[in-house]
Design a protein around this ligand. Structure first.
Ligand code: LRH
Ligand code: MN
Length: 391
């Protein structure tokens, strides 16, 4: 508990911060209009992991990489985890994919067809087997399931089908494994999504048991949603498992975390700090989930890690004693001023110090650009099919 910010404790907390990167952020991505291929993009899960390890090498704060199955399918997941370990990172959350198969047009685990539900549920179980091999704790479940027209299917029946599949996945978990149930308001479904909001995810998690937690993707809410309220609420219920950080101006834009709305990211991280939930030991997985459609991918992920660090540093600098005093006596303006003082603090010199203390370059993006890694992968990876969405 930090009353008046104690800088050495703030620096310690920042040095201990861990942000998980997504393997798919290094692959080609785009929109339905166009996917712009980039030189040097990885072609294999190993090359994605090498890029994630490079982000960690320059930031010191990204020691794990989330995988997506089947995008990162290999014959030997234990060997892949060892490969990651040799590069100084670990395999993090395992993401399922029941949104890209023709069979899932009318839904995956919620599909009216029991055979298709079986197929989708088996994929969830396959992902847990991958976790057993990689030593991962988190099974990350996002369902694109939903309907486009009223009457297309029965909303209640779909919830029952979803609960049945979740129960089977939950019961397959090992003791140290857990579910991260991600919600999303819409897209690809445009009338009703089966896990559309935090309340639905939370209710299913409570129904399942203590190893089921909610994953908040910051791009998955209706415009104007107060996400930090959801964070505060789920922390109080001890059901906040993870974040998929990114930012957006309109919908699920998947832009760099903190790029579109750094103030929102600060407010979210303040609720984390306020609940003493920043410490990795508290078990919240701070992940990025982004797509770099036009910008260079590795520097974009490095910049995103830095944006989360900056929001966190500002949150750690809130004068909690002064804030509590102003709140207690109803001094609205003073309370807001104390909050904004922290937000308006330039924390870049502080983070430069934290990096220097870790033997890292104070400016990871500049250091990456000087490293020659981009030129090396562009040369090494010329030819061969690039990973990601078909260019
Ligand atoms: C869905 C989502 C989910 C991932 C996917 C790559 O929009 O946020 O977390 O599976 O993006
Ligand atoms: Mn996500």
């Amino acid at each position: 508990m930090i009353a008046v910010p104690d800088l050495s404790a703030v620096k310690q907390a920042l040095a201990a911060q861990r942000i998980e990167t997504p393997s798919w952020a290094f692959g080609n991505s785009g929109t339905r209009f166009k996917v712009f291929a980039q030189p040097g993009v990885p072609r294999t899960p190993e090359e994605k992991i090498a890029d994630a390890a490079t982000v960690h090498r320059f930031t010191g704060a990204a020691p794990s990489v989330a995988l997506h199955i089947p995008w990162d399918r290999v014959d030997d997941y234990a060997a892949l985890a060892r490969y990651a370990g040799d590069l100084g990172v670990s395999v993090g959350a395992i993401n399922t994919n029941v949104f890209q198969d023709d069979d899932y047009k009318l839904g995956s685990v919620t599909n009216p067809d029991p055979g298709i539900r079986r197929k989708a549920t088996d994929h969830l179980l396959e992902a847990v087997a991958v976790m057993d091999a990689t030593g991962s704790r988190d099974l990350k479940l996002w369902f694109s399931d939903g309907i486009n027209y009223p009457g297309q299917d029965d909303l209640r029946d779909r919830q029952d089908r979803l609960a049945t599949a979740l129960r089977e996945a939950y019961d397959r978990l090992g003791d140290d494994q857990r579910i991260l149930l991600e919600y999303k308001l819409f897209e690809p479904a445009f009338y009703a999504t089966d896990v559309p909001d935090w309340g639905t995810s939370f209710a299913h998690c409570v129904e399942l048991g203590p190893k089921a937690t909610v994953c908040i993707d910051t791009g998955h809410h209706a415009p104007g949603t107060n996400i930090e309220f959801i964070v505060a609420f789920l922390l109080r219920q001890d059901r906040l498992g993870a974040f998929d950080f990114n930012s957006r101006f309109y919908a699920d834009d998947d832009l760099m975390a903190g790029a579109a709305d750094p103030f929102q990211l600060f407010r979210i991280m303040y609720e984390i700090v306020r609940a003493d939930a920043l410490d990795p030991a508290r078990g919240i997985n701070f992940m990025l989930d982004q797509c770099h459609n036009i910008e260079a991918k590795i520097p974009a992920v490095i910049r995103s890690v830095m944006n989360v660090q900056e929001a966190t540093a500002k949150a750690l600098l809130v004068d909690r004693a002064a804030l509590a005093a102003a709140q207690r006596c109803g001094d609205v303006l003073e309370a807001n001023a104390v909050f904004m003082d922290a937000y308006n603090t330039d924390v870049r010199p502080l983070l430069a110090e934290v990096r220097a203390d870790q033997g890292l370059d104070p400016d990871p993006v500049a250091a990456y650009k000087r490293s020659g890694y981009q030129e090396k992968i562009t040369a090494d990876r010329a030819g061969g099919e690039q990973a990601g969405w078909g260019a």
